[in-house]
Structure formats: C-alpha cells, structure tokens
Design a protein around this ligand. Structure first.
Ligand code: ADE
Length: 237
C-alpha cells in the first residue's frame, strides 16, 4: 500500500492527527520521532521536524529513505503576506521557494529550480477538503515561501512580497518541497494563518498558534479521509 508522510514543525501542528491515528510503532531517526500507523485506513507516517529549513530537509529525507513514503503533506501555521488572506484562513501551496536564497543561485546552480511545484492532485484534494471543512472564501491557493526568520517587520514582509509575490511565509515548506523534488516525491504544503508577519506577529502568533495549527490539521484529516490508497486510487470514489 502507498504511504503518506505527514510533517509538522511543532507538536501542536500534529497533535490532533496523532490523536486520530491508530499508531502501531514509534521510531526515532536522527532525533526525529516517526509515528507509523493507520489513519482512516491509509498507511501514514507522522513526524515532527522542528523549526527551520535544515531540520525540515533532514526530516524529509529520513521520511523518504527510511519509511518509503509516496506522498508528503506538510501541515502547520504561517504568516500572511496579503491583506485578503486573514488569520485562520488556509493556504494551499501552488509552489514553494526559499525567500533567503538569491534567485540566480536557485536557477544557475543545482537543482536549477526557482520554485518547487506542489503536486496537482494533492492540491485538488486539499482544495476539496477545505471546501468541506471551512467556510466559503477561507482557503487560498498560492506560493508559500520559507526562510530562517520569523517575519515580524513590515519592511521584511514588503521585501518578500515584492520579490516573490507569495500568499504566506513560514520556515520549513520550501525545504520540504526542495527535498521532495530531489527525490521525485509528490508534496503539498497546507498552512493556516496565525499572524500577518508584521509588528504584531508575535502577539498574534501566541493567540492563534493552536487554533490555526488545528485548523490546518483538520484539513489534512479530511484529505486523508478522502484518500483510499489500499485500492491504488488516490481519491475515494
Ligand atoms: N510561522 C507563523 N508565522 C510566521 C511568520 N510571521 N514568519 C515566519 N514563520 C511563521
């Protein structure tokens, strides 16, 4: 049976998934916890990678090498970059990239990609999951950018906006997409907004971290419910 790898950076981003999961094994690789089991009849490996791109990259490679996952879903929270994307809205990645790596480095050096495209089928499933779990106009599909910084100034937010036109910013998605691309594994990043990546970001993050993390995990739960990997189909008919 095909396997789905689900990653969150923080425990709060995966806790409701772990509660629903029928876990039969916990393994530790490179310090990361990997919970193996079933979720709505599908084989899943759920992990918590910690904050930042290096952690996310190492954990993604372990998920692929040691657990042989066929799909990767990253769930969590993010800072909004666009005024129409509000706190607790959900963003589904169309593509991901690093906002702290120069574009010419991305294109002229290995792996010669300015952005990493999320998988179309996973995007579609995430969209359907949003439509059945969220109110209308609460989900968005767009670019998600990542870097080694919690963005909390209007200046940095505007610089990122101008350079990349993203929907939201976080600290792991681009590394997950980058490693997934290198290994030819389909991926999607799903993030719920905890703050607006401005001077109020830290206060907003504290207030909305848990609500947003659970909102995003709820979308992933619905996605996995709709998948039926035992019969070789991605989508339940
Ligand atoms: N994750 C949630 N909010 C964020 C922000 N403002 N910057 C980076 N990562 C985030």
């Amino acid at each position: 049976m095909k396997k789905i790898g689900i990653m969150g950076a923080l425990q709060v981003e995966i806790d409701i998934l772990l509660e629903k999961m029928d876990a039969h094994e916990k393994r530790t690789v490179a310090g990361f916890p990997f919970y193996c089991g079933k979720l709505y009849g599908n084989e899943v490996i759920i992990t918590c990678c910690g904050v930042g791109k290096v952690n996310a990259a190492a954990c993604t490679q372990a998920l692929i090498d040691k657990f042989g996952v066929n799909y990767i879903i990253n769930t969590g929270i993010a800072g909004s970059i666009r005024s129409e994307i509000r706190v607790c809205d959900v963003v589904i990645s169309s593509d991901v990239t690093h906002h702290d790596v120069r574009k010419d480095q991305m294109t002229s050096l290995f792996p010669f990609q300015e952005v990493f495209q999320a998988n179309g089928e996973l995007i579609q499933m995430a969209k359907e999951a949003c439509m059945s779990t969220l109110e209308k106009n609460k989900h968005h599909i767009g670019r998600i950018v990542s870097g080694e910084a919690f963005v909390s100034t209007t200046q940095l937010k505007n610089d990122i906006k101008e350079a990349y036109q993203p929907a939201c910013v976080e600290m792991e998605g681009s590394a997950i997409g980058h490693v997934a691309f290198l290994n030819d594994v389909p991926f999607v990043v799903i993030r719920s907004i905890s703050d607006n990546a401005d001077e109020e970001a830290e206060m907003s993050f504290e207030a909305f971290e848990e609500i947003a993390a659970h909102q995003s995990a709820g979308v992933v739960l619905e996605m996995v419910k709709q998948m039926n990997l035992s019969e070789g189909y991605v989508k339940r008919s």
